[in-house]
Design a protein around this ligand. Structure first.
Ligand code: SF4
Ligand code: F3S
Length: 104
């Protein structure tokens, strides 16, 4: 599976949802997640994210993000159409510690 990681938070560009063939992105207030059981591992979303927030679960440190993505994909609604990024997305792109600072 692929997962959405820290840098989506407070940016939420949503380019990713437009390319997913199985519509497995779910939307929270300030980030998206991927449902790990629905993702077919096609990889097309990874290069579409301007924040470089999407990674395969084989990346170092991805394990905790798989569980995070699973947890919230079961609670949040699906998103299939691109939206405007969050205000300030460009300024926040690449900040460290976004989960502690902004996740809600
Ligand atoms: Fe969707 Fe493919 Fe990305 Fe998985 S890897 S979330 S199936 S676009
Ligand atoms: Fe987030 Fe990147 Fe998608 S910032 S909403 S994972 S395009």
């Amino acid at each position: 599976t692929y997962v959405v990681m820290d840098n989506c938070i407070a940016c939420k560009y949503t380019d990713c949802v437009e390319v997913c063939p199985v519509d497995c992105f779910y939307e929270g207030e300030n980030m998206l997640v991927i449902h790990p059981d629905e993702c077919i591992d096609c990889g097309v979303c990874e290069p579409e994210c301007p924040a470089d927030a999407i990674r395969p679960d084989t990346e170092p440190g991805a394990e905790a993000w798989v569980e995070f993505n699973r947890k919230f994909s079961e609670i949040w609604p699906v998103l299939v159409t691109k939206r405007d990024p969050l205000p300030g997305a460009e300024e926040r792109d690449g900040e460290t510690g976004k989960k502690d600072k902004y996740f809600s």
